[in-house]
Design a protein around this ligand. Structure first.
Ligand SMILES: Cc1cc2nc3c(=O)[nH]c(=O)nc-3n(C[C@H](O)[C@H](O)[C@H](O)COP(=O)(O)O)c2cc1C
Length: 390
């Protein structure tokens, strides 16, 4: 028995407008024509299909002359995921009928297809199936080879316009973080005063779930690895973030220590377990050594930026290397002071955020470290008071 379902009338313009609310990346499908010249088609309807076997797909209009040319060119093609800076190439390939790549650099993929210089990713495919889907075809390709190209952000297409990806900003992302921004704002004059006094940078760091987010900064230091630290995200993992563990409850302490249990020996774990009490007794956390500290920050910055050449596993390695420089029992004289951190409390007595005062390239004596630590703790106390008053 067949059910007589009425076919709804969908207005094509409305269909386009509604579906345009779904953002896509943009790829150029390339191949060679019979004369060996590069041909291509700009496509937004690209998707991964299957991992095993490795399949991808794109959906060309049946009426498209570019698709006809690709189809007639043979049974392999290459998917080029465009970078945000390649809007001009995207438009040229979509609009030109011939010589689509004039003025753009190409090289050959292993299957001999054109790979566009500057594309984020290329994927060589063998046409596996061509299904019909209304006025479009669904072309399924078996992946023959694939790799990263340029480390740039991909081009995005949304509501008829082009753009690029921005990680959730401080303003639009975490609501937990938003609450803290107002609290930190109350401390801004104190942060600036401290930064000016020691000609360095003072930052406010918030713990949001299992990440520490650098939410605000005052001043500047010559040991920074990036133009700004604001927005930097680091996992809540030793050696950093000891202030949150020191004044946190036992669960938070256990989370902090436990996050590196798989890479430390029992002896190292024993030392680490002492750190929260040590920091709490001192009233602040201290980090020494610019080389390991800068490496740790650089790895984190590159992972945050989505650099494909830096695997996330290198974060743990960088943290591990930096472990010795943090919160030593005895501070040697004449040190490379990387940072000092102290907690700021909210009206309920919980740590609201952590203030970090950064060091500078020159070495300092342990007396100078004490002067800085005292000044930082006074600033953190003033920030706590500002919250009570505010
Ligand atoms: C961002 C973007 C995404 C596109 N995505 C598709 C698509 O998924 N499928 C398709 O058939 N055409 C798509 N097009 C249109 C084709 O690139 C091309 O403009 C069209 O096929 C022109 O017709 P021709 O192939 O006959 O020259 C897209 C165009 C742009 C600019």
């Amino acid at each position: 028995m067949t059910l007589d379902v009425p076919q709804p009338q969908i207005d094509p313009a409305h269909f386009r407008e509604v579906l345009g609310q779904y953002p896509t990346g943009v790829v150029v499908v390339t191949a060679n024509d019979s004369a060996g010249e590069p041909i291509g088609m700009t496509v937004g309807s690209f998707t991964a299909v299957s991992l095993n076997p490795p399949l991808v797909a794109f959906l060309p209009a049946k009426t498209s002359s570019s698709w006809r040319a690709l189809r007639e060119s043979g049974d392999t093609f290459c998917i080029n995921v465009l970078a945000a800076e390649q809007e001009d190439l995207c438009r040229a390939v979509a609009m030109r009928k011939t010589d689509k790549f004039a003025g753009f650099d190409l090289r050959r993929s292993p299957a001999g297809n054109p790979v566009i210089a500057g594309a984020v990713v290329w994927i060589d495919c063998l046409t596996e199936q061509i299904h019909s889907g209304g006025d479009h075809d669904i072309v399924v390709g078996r992946v023959l080879a694939l790799d990263h190209g340029s480390p740039d952000q991909p081009l995005l297409f949304f509501r008829g316009g082009y753009g690029s990806f921005t990680p959730l900003s401080l303003a639009s992302g975490d609501t937990d973080l938003l609450g803290h921004l107002g609290e930190i704002d109350l401390a801004r004059p104190h942060m600036e005063e401290l930064a000016n006094r020691f000609d360095t940078e003072v930052t406010a760091i918030v713990l949001v779930k299992d990440e520490m987010v650098l939410a605000a900064s005052a001043g500047r230091t010559d040991i920074a690895v990036a133009p700004t630290r604001v927005g930097q995200r680091l996992p809540f993992m030793p050696p950093i973030g000891s202030c949150f563990a020191a004044w946190g409850d036992s669960t938070l302490r256990e989370t902090w220590v436990g996050s590196v249990a798989d890479v430390l020996t029992d002896e190292q774990m024993g030392v680490l377990r002492e750190v929260p009490d040590l920091v709490r007794d001192r009233g602040y956390a201290v980090a020494l050594g610019h080389k390991v500290g800068a490496h740790l920050e650089l790895v984190a910055t590159r992972i945050n930026a989505g650099d494909p050449e830096v695997p996330t596993s290198s974060m743990k390695e960088a943290f591990f290397e930096a472990l010795d420089g943090y919160n030593q029992l005895e501070e040697p004289d004449d040190v490379e002071l990387r940072s000092l951190s102290a907690p700021v409390f909210d009206v309920t007595g919980q740590v609201a955020y952590m203030l970090t005062m950064w060091g500078r390239w020159e070495r300092v004596t342990s007396d100078e470290v004490c002067v800085r630590a005292e000044a930082l703790c006074a600033t953190a106390a003033a920030a706590t008071q500002a919250m009570v008053d505010g």
